[in-house]
Design a protein around this ligand. Structure first.
Ligand SMILES: NC(=O)c1ccc[n+]([C@@H]2O[C@H](COP(=O)([O-])OP(=O)(O)OC[C@H]3O[C@@H](n4cnc5c(N)ncnc54)[C@H](O)[C@@H]3O)[C@@H](O)[C@H]2O)c1
Length: 348
């Protein structure tokens, strides 16, 4: 399992969709010590196209065959959410180090299964909470660690995806706003409140962008409040359609001050003209958080080569998932949910 420090880490990307293409490009071109050796995707032609664009030597529709390759030391799992746990387990059992996109699992039982498989195989397991690697969020955490704002008392995290949202609600899996969008915010709140555990969760959610899909269970807007065991109170909010661009921000208010991180501005250029003051915004997560994506893969490859623990691992993914499942249960019941009361499927 150990990768010789003098050799590059051979990586296979499993899932050649939108984010898989981003990750494959970063692995192939931006991460020292990494080589893109294979792309796999069950849809015929998808892996061929991406591997061809990036000069990866192997493309396949067969995931198991890719996992058996000797030139592959590690995998990047960028397949749809509900396939993640089985892919983590299969990769770990094949002796491959694992980077898995969020969510690592959609039940606590599966989260435990993924963590146990990686532990049993002795492989690195990193989860795609890229916000931790964004320079502003990383600096915010350092400032919290240095005690510069004293004890955290109030936290905020928000995700507003770029609009106009043009998706098809019937193709959005249930509870996506919690399991795939706000899960980033739940992790950010834990990251910025280190050592604290979430205790109680209350959530409200609605279909405000596509109200006609509300009765089918579609949700595009949500607010979640979380109480942590160190007394801090937090809110997370999300919306699928920010017309001004992709917007990701966080805030920690403490006994000694406040920290904010993140901006919707895509650069520090500000235009002053006859119409007023203007800044540009990013239209894609992969543009706004480009440095964060490069940072998470650089860290992953370092963990694999140095046999050091992942900077954000399976237990972090499990905590964020527990908040998401509590939020879902809160929307179902209308009540505040105690995280410890959830069963393995996330139901009280
Ligand atoms: N961290 C982030 O910023 C971020 C951003 C976007 C998406 N994501 C996550 O990444 C995952 C993929 O999202 P996406 O937008 O790229 O989806 P997508 O639908 O664009 O791509 C998914 C790809 O996986 C392939 N696939 C399906 N089953 C597979 C399997 N068993 N093994 C391998 N490949 C399989 C599909 O054919 C498709 O090409 C989701 O979990 C999503 O939440 C994370």
């Amino acid at each position: 399992m150990a990768v010789d420090r003098s050799e590059v880490v051979g990586i296979a990307v499993l899932g050649a969709g939108r984010i898989g293409a981003n990750h494959a490009e970063i692995v192939a071109r931006r991460v020292p010590g990494a080589a893109l050796r294979a792309v796999a995707d069950p849809v015929p032609g998808a892996a061929d196209r991406l591997a061809g664009e990036l000069g990866a030597p192997t493309a396949s529709t067969d995931i198991q065959e890719t996992l058996r390759r000797d030139d592959v030391d590690a995998v990047v799992i960028s397949a749809p959410a509900r396939s993640h746990t089985d892919l983590v387990v299969a990769a770990a059992e094949a002796g491959k180090h694992v980077f898995v996109e969020k969510p690592m699992a959609v039940t606590l039982e599966d989260a435990d299964r993924a963590i146990a498989a990686a532990r049993a195989a002795g492989v690195t397991l990193q989860v795609g909470f890229n916000r931790r690697f964004a320079p502003g969020f990383a600096a915010a955490r350092r400032a919290v660690d240095e005690g510069r704002i004293g004890t955290p008392q109030l936290l905020r995290s928000l995700t507003r995806d770029p609009g106009p949202w043009g998706g098809d609600p019937s193709r959005v899996p249930p509870w996506t706003v919690f399991l795939e969008t706000l899960i980033h915010d739940f992790d950010t709140l834990c990251f910025l409140n280190p050592g604290a555990a979430p205790v109680r969760v209350h959530a409200m959610a609605d279909a405000l962008i596509r109200p006609e899909a509300r009765d089918d269970g579609f949700l595009d807007t949500a607010v979640v409040t979380i109480a942590f065991d160190n007394g801090a109170l937090a809110t997370a909010e999300a919306n699928f359609s920010a017309l001004y661009g992709y917007d990701v921000r966080g805030e920690v208010f403490g006994s000694g001050g406040m920290i904010t991180a993140g901006t919707a501005a895509s650069s520090d250029m500000t235009l002053y003209d006859a119409r007023g003051i203007t800044v540009d915004t990013a239209r894609r997560d992969t543009d706004l958080l480009r440095e964060a994506y490069i940072g998470e893969f650089t860290a992953f490859v370092s963990s694999v080569r140095d046999s050091t623990p992942a900077l954000v691992g399976g237990s972090d993914a499990r905590v964020a998932l527990s908040i998401a499942l509590a939020a879902i249960e809160s929307v179902r019941s209308g009540a505040t949910v105690t995280v410890a009361d959830l069963d393995s499927d996330g139901v009280r």
